[in-house]
Design a protein. Sequence first.
Length: 500
Amino acid sequence: MSSATPVPPTKDKLNVLSFAGKNKILHLGWMAFFLTFFVWFNHAPFLSAIGETLDLTKQQVKTLLILNVALTIPARVIIGMLTDKFGPRIVYTCILALGVIPCFTFAFAQDYTTLALSRFILGFVGAGFVVGIRLISDWFPASELGAAEGIYGGWGNFGSAAAAMLLPTLAIGFAAWFGGDEGWRYACATSGVVMGLYSILFYKFVRDTPKGSTYFKPKKSGAMGVTSKGDFWLMMVFKLPMYLALALLAWKLSPTGVSLLSQTAVNFIYIGLALLYVYEFVSSYRFNKEVFTTEVPEAQRYDFKQVGVLNILYFATFGSELAVVSMLPLFYLETFEISVVAAGLLASSYAFMNLMSRPGGGWLSDRFGRKSTLLILTAGLAIGYFLMGMVDSTWPIALALLITMFCSFFVQAGEGAVFAVIPLIKRSMTGQFAGMTGAYGNVGSVVYLTVLSLVSYQVFFMVIAATAVVGFVALFLLKEPSGVIVEEMPDGSFAEISVT
């Protein structure tokens, strides 16, 4: 067996002050992710204004939050597969360019149906995160991978905070320029224009891999591959919650919820989701049927349990972040009775921590071990959400803000530590693993936001804390990545890829 190392041929080190070599790719990657998040959450600071403009009920407004993250569940899985097959450059460019369309239809919607449908479709831009995970993993060695993925994820995630900080002021300016109270429309549309223009720059300046390096692709495409019978059954168990989350969304849109869909339509959706799951089960079996008759050599196996544990952790970390970023401006607005701009600024503190906390989680994972770092960070986020569940109008705003930032540090550092592990399981399937784990973040957000629509803010935070405890227990099943990954080369031979 030959030996190969997918490390860039250049000797440059990770340096955020550099815009050359692999550092240029890192910066171009996180800026793409930043813009997708900026657009994905451009509605969050305007929920109150949108409700007043279109005369929406509180339930309709909260349903928009769920719709915003729903499509990202299947999109991240599909985008992960497309990324492994076609490469990050093409896939990310398409996401950035195509996302402009639903951004505009949302910004200038005149009725709730158009508003809701646009928000639902716009959720696919959130799948861009998966693309960058594969891109960064092919440019950085494992010794720097956690920090690099953390910078990509953390600085990109800051897009939601930037939206909360900048868009309300921009909307005020547009309202003064055009007159009326609908400056939010022009602010949202402007974010889409910027994202579309950036797609051109990304396509022009990004390469999938360093010059001379191999872009590893899965041996087959069409479904996620496993390497044992037990892993097949475990994979199908972990696919089920993604369908259940979409069913939960359909229930929310039914007459029992906001009545956006008829009960007949919802029943058809339930049947369709059940059939889709059966179809995926059959497709996955056909794709992996060899593992039921032929034992995969030990050196070529990977343990799907690793992916499963990371799915659970990302449910609690990124799932809670998506939910909290969506509702936090409204939480501050209603709890402390402050202005929309002030609420947006205070809420941005949660996502603002991404600038340091997510890279910090990746760096800690690189230095002190993947599993031990995740155990500490998961325990911290459980404590953080427990404290947030105690915040009410009697608290000083400054203390509430401090608790918010404390909680967000552990949440986002945990996300960084999760994706410090993903590329080290099997490099050729990084996009698919990132897609599935990323989708679990959106499953978490749908579940949490549905809970929010039924309970108080305090109970909402306590529910997240409880699921973090589940993630902490699951972590004891995680194994530290081994020193090498075996990948199939384009010529059919196998190479040992160093991950140390």
